[in-house]
Design a protein. Structure first.
Length: 304
């Protein structure tokens, strides 16, 4: 019985991982050991559990059915085997891969990671910060954070908060070059341009009424939002920044908002996960922790 349970445990881990190699790392096994376990199960059931090629491993329809049937059995066994007095939370373990923009790493993802680490020490968090639009399904992402709109039917998404864009500058720069009274005046002032690494072109600045403005001759071009903000704090240029970045400096007087009457509508902050069958407890825990961290960040930022 122990051997059969172990085979099913390996199968469950493989179904929740993007590759057999990662399954092996999670379970401290060799990739060959994982492959042999899956082959043994496939021989027993007379059905393929995974479609396998050189690029990816994808669970079959029969595998999805077996996963749904075996997961409750494994969870009941693990609960039965757990010593008295052991908190159920400790039983949550395994790898959770998380992605988010660089600007939200320390501000939202890190607090969520701290919460998960404190309450579920068996969970391993694999963090992939990137401003590049990637395929979360192909890259094996379990939980992601995105600014803007979520229309992909492959995802389960929760709007955890909102983000407002503010046009800001340092008091020293405003004293030196003046305050812009309309959007067109920005063309005659030093401004930053945030580089969209997906296209290699600057992101436009957004204003009310759907108007977009692209800096024609920026004083600073940056592909990192915190470097862009550093240039603004140094008094080099005006910039359009997310409120979760700018709020502490607006509150302290180190940054001043301009063109407030031209501010665009708020954007959504979404926490999402790919729809890949039943959701492991460790993924739900990180999904909820990140949602709460984003909500708290948005509430705090909304005060500015």
């Amino acid at each position: 019985m122990q051997n059969e349970l172990e085979l099913l445990r390996i199968f469950r881990a493989a179904a929740e991982s993007p590759s057999f190699r990662e399954t092996a790392v999670r379970l401290s096994l060799s990739p060959q050991g994982v492959t042999r376990a899956i082959q043994q199960l496939e021989a027993h059931y007379g059905e393929l559990l995974f479609h396998r090629n050189t690029r990816q491993v994808r669970i079959t329809a029969f595998g999805e059915t077996l996963l749904a049937r075996s997961r409750p059995v494994l969870e009941q066994f693990e609960d039965l085997w757990r010593p008295p007095g052991t908190k159920e939370d400790v039983a949550l373990s395994g790898l959770v891969r998380v992605t988010a923009p660089h600007s939200l790493g320390a501000r939202a993802v890190l607090p969520a990671m701290q919460h998960v680490a404190a309450h579920h020490p068996g969970i391993v968090l694999d963090l992939r910060l990137s401003d590049r639009i990637s395929d979360a399904v192909d890259e094996g992402i379990d939980v992601g954070l995105r600014v803007g709109f979520m229309r992909d039917s492959r995802f389960v998404a929760r709007q955890a908060g909102q983000m407002q864009l503010h046009t800001v500058a340092s008091p020293a720069l405003i004293e030196r070059v003046g305050t812009p009274h309309d959007i067109d005046a920005l063309a005659h002032l030093p401004v930053t341009a945030a580089l969209d690494i997906n296209t290699g072109r600057p992101w436009p600045w957004y204003f009310k009424g759907g108007r977009q403005w692209v800096p024609p001759s920026p004083a600073v071009i940056a592909d990192d939002a915190d470097m862009e903000m550093g240039a603004v704090l140094a008094g080099i240029a005006f910039a359009q920044l997310a409120d979760y970045m700018a709020h502490p400096y607006i509150a302290s007087g180190k940054l001043v908002k301009v063109l407030e009457d031209q501010a665009p509508p708020a954007w959504g902050l979404y926490v999402y996960r790919p729809q890949r069958g039943p959701v492991p407890g460790r993924v739900r825990v990180m999904f909820d922790a990140l949602s709460n961290a984003v909500s708290e960040l948005a509430d705090f930022s909304g005060q500015c």
